[in-house]
Design a protein around this ligand. Structure first.
Ligand SMILES: *Cc1c(COP(=O)(O)O)cnc(C)c1O
Length: 360
């Protein structure tokens, strides 16, 4: 027997391939590789270091940008929600962090803060997402105020974010966002950026100057009913563990906490060394597939902190130590996410610190 705990194998070659897919789809645009939230769980520094072809990187938090700089990443880094306080603004300028400005509070701070080096600004416009960004009626005034600031590189850039580009039957919503953004920015900014992965894949007319692919870099599609391989993407993370027990199980016996699953037949139950302590979702219901020895096997019983159980079937020949793929190569994270009732973004991003990341 040779069992192992949970390991996430990260294929950096796949990430590089996926960035190239994005670049081929948008040949006129530069690529801002989105590596926020530890590169969606894949390890921000390792991913960024593997992408010399990325023109820029984007993160959501100042600390994430600092980590990349400290690790030797040289490309400009866009702070997607800008700076959260004046100290971050002062440091952004010296570290070549591009700042997004989405709120008047940020504009006021910028106006009051002299900087040792001028800063690149991306004005975030609310074209319909209604989460962050300036409303259309504010935009004119924001551009005018920024144009007066010597600490800002002129002219500024503009960006917006799609709310529903991942929904094929909501194209009109995204088209309205594109039209709104174009009308507000045409002839008034240096560069524009609209597209998340869904935009890159489905809205070529909006590729503009910069694309911001995130999830697709990791081989996952934003479209709920498809998977990355449908677009020539390769899964970057293969989340694995192994069987630590194979048990004879009688018809009518329950498995695990609360006895929520009862076997309808005599069978063999496999116990996998993975649980919510590793980031495998506790909400994964019975029937969620895992891949063992090349076949899909359904979860049976509740996922606990350290273990999950599967119904291997009465004829199973699987042994202690056999590898289990929870998602990744051979079992799309999108498929698992559909069973769990979430999106694959969440599966890969909420890995805990326990499984180590193994780079290949
Ligand atoms: C996270 C994020 C992206 C990347 O989105 P994906 O759907 O992962 O491609 C792009 N732009 C902004 C503003 C984001 O916050």
């Amino acid at each position: 027997m040779d069992a192992k705990g949970a390991v996430a194998r990260i294929n950096l070659e796949a990430v590089r391939h996926n960035l190239n897919v994005a670049k081929r789809l948008a040949p006129q645009a530069k690529a801002i590789a989105v590596v926020k939230a530890n590169a969606y769980g894949h390890g921000a520094l390792s991913v960024a270091a593997a992408l010399p072809e990325a023109d820029m990187f984007a993160v959501a938090r100042f600390e994430e940008a600092q980590q990349l700089r400290a690790g030797g990443i040289c490309q400009p880094i866009l702070l997607l929600e800008g700076f959260f306080n004046r100290g971050q603004l002062e440091q952004a300028a010296t570290q070549n962090f591009h700042i997004c400005i989405h709120h008047l509070a940020q504009l006021e701070t910028l106006e009051r803060t002299p900087l040792t080096a001028p800063v690149t600004v991306w004005v975030k416009l609310d074209s319909g997402m209604h989460r962050v960004g300036f409303r259309p009626e504010q935009v004119e005034g924001v551009f005018a105020r920024l144009a007066r600031l010597p600490q800002v590189i002129q002219p500024v850039n503009a960006m917006t974010h799609f709310a529903r580009a991942d929904e094929p039957d909501q194209n009109a919503v995204t088209q309205a966002q594109i039209a709104q953004f174009t009308q507000l920015t045409q002839g008034r900014v240096k560069a524009t950026a609209l597209c998340n992965s869904a935009g890159v894949l489905a809205f070529p007319e909006a590729h503009c100057d910069f694309i911001r692919p995130g999830i697709m870099l990791y081989g996952i599609t934003p479209f709920g009913d498809q998977q990355g391989t449908d677009f020539g993407l390769r899964p970057a993370m293969t989340f694995t563990s192994s069987l630590i027990a194979v048990r004879e199980h009688k018809a009518g016996e329950p498995v695990g906490y609360a006895g929520s699953w009862v076997s309808p037949r005599d069978t063999r139950i496999g116990v996998i060394a993975v649980g919510y302590g590793d980031g495998y979702p506790r909400t994964a219901p019975a029937g969620t597939p895992v891949l063992i020895n090349g076949r899909k096997v359904p979860l049976a019983g509740r996922v606990s902190m350290d273990m999950a159980t599967v119904d291997l079937g009465p004829e199973a020949t699987d042994k202690v130590g056999d590898e289990v793929i929870l998602w990744g190569e051979g079992l799309a994270a999108e498929e698992v996410a559909r069973h769990v009732g979430t999106i694959a973004y969440e599966l890969v991003t909420r890995m805990t610190a326990r499984p180590h990341l193994e780079y290949i």
